[in-house]
Design a protein around this ligand. Structure first.
Ligand SMILES: [Cu+2]
Length: 250
């Protein structure tokens, strides 16, 4: 049933733990509205024929519907709206709460690319490597304008805003490659602001991360990055002395 509806609605694969939750709410809303609007449309058609004007002298009767019927028409839609709200609110809490022990990745957006950095230095352009079946938390900011980090197959989308940090998380369910798009118009090459999430087997990811860290340490120019430089690169808030204004003068 899930697979049938997914195909009917042209949705991409469900590659994260939140994807099925989002989709089932989507199905629930779309099926109830489809059934109700069909019922209303068919009733209207039936009434057009059944209660059509039959003679020139016919007048429209004054109809006073019983109170219970009016109540029903208010309460049934209200019940559905509240049910959607209850389901949606649970999903909202789920999608807004990264589980403890998530892997952190810093995401920096700029016109027109995505940069990903892991604690202790490894970083990459346009390719985000993550392990399957482990929650990943993204801490995101932008160097210039508002962008939006969107992975259709994960059903996550989060604005990335200059001068502010936003957060998103996901847990990929299967190794594979998934498209990242920028979902906020951000200038000429907005449509080319693409990246890819590469979901690896957890063991492979661990090996990869260790290798990356070793490679970083072997680089001749590798050195400690001061908090102020890290701030300039856009990854962390300004260090205390910069905020006190010491660096403002020069
Ligand atoms: Cu963008």
């Amino acid at each position: 049933m899930n697979e049938f509806l997914r195909r009917m609605l042209f949705l991409p694969e469900q590659a994260s733990t939140v994807a099925r939750r989002i989709d089932s709410l989507h199905y629930f809303v779309i099926i109830t509205t489809l059934l109700m609007s069909t019922a209303v449309g068919l009733t209207a058609l039936f009434f057009f024929v059944r209660f059509r004007r039959r003679s020139e002298s016919q007048t429209t009767p004054m109809i006073q519907p019983p109170l219970w019927l009016e109540g029903l028409f208010v309460l049934v839609p209200l019940g559905f709206f509240l049910a959607w709200f209850a389901r949606g609110y649970q999903d909202y809490i789920f999608i807004r709460t990264p589980p403890a022990g998530s892997i952190d990745v810093y995401v920096m957006a700029k016109q027109w690319m995505w940069k990903f950095a892991y604690p202790d230095g490894p970083n990459s352009l346009s390719v985000l490597r993550v392990p399957a079946n482990r929650p990943v938390r993204l801490l995101m900011t932008s160097r210039d304008v508002i962008h939006s980090f969107y992975v259709p197959s994960f059903r996550i989308k989060q604005d990335v805003v200059p001068g502010r940090y936003t957060e998103a998380w996901f847990e990929a369910v299967e190794p594979g490659r998934y498209q990242v798009l920028c979902a906020e118009y951000c200038g000429t090459s907005h449509s080319n602001m693409l990246a890819e999430v590469v979901v690896m087997r957890p063991e492979e990811f661990d090996t990869w991360l260790v290798e990356q860290r070793q490679r970083m340490r072997q680089m001749p120019h590798h050195r400690w990055v001061s908090p102020h430089r890290a701030h300039l690169a856009g990854f962390v808030p300004a260090p205390r002395d910069a905020r006190d204004g010491r660096n403002d003068r020069g």
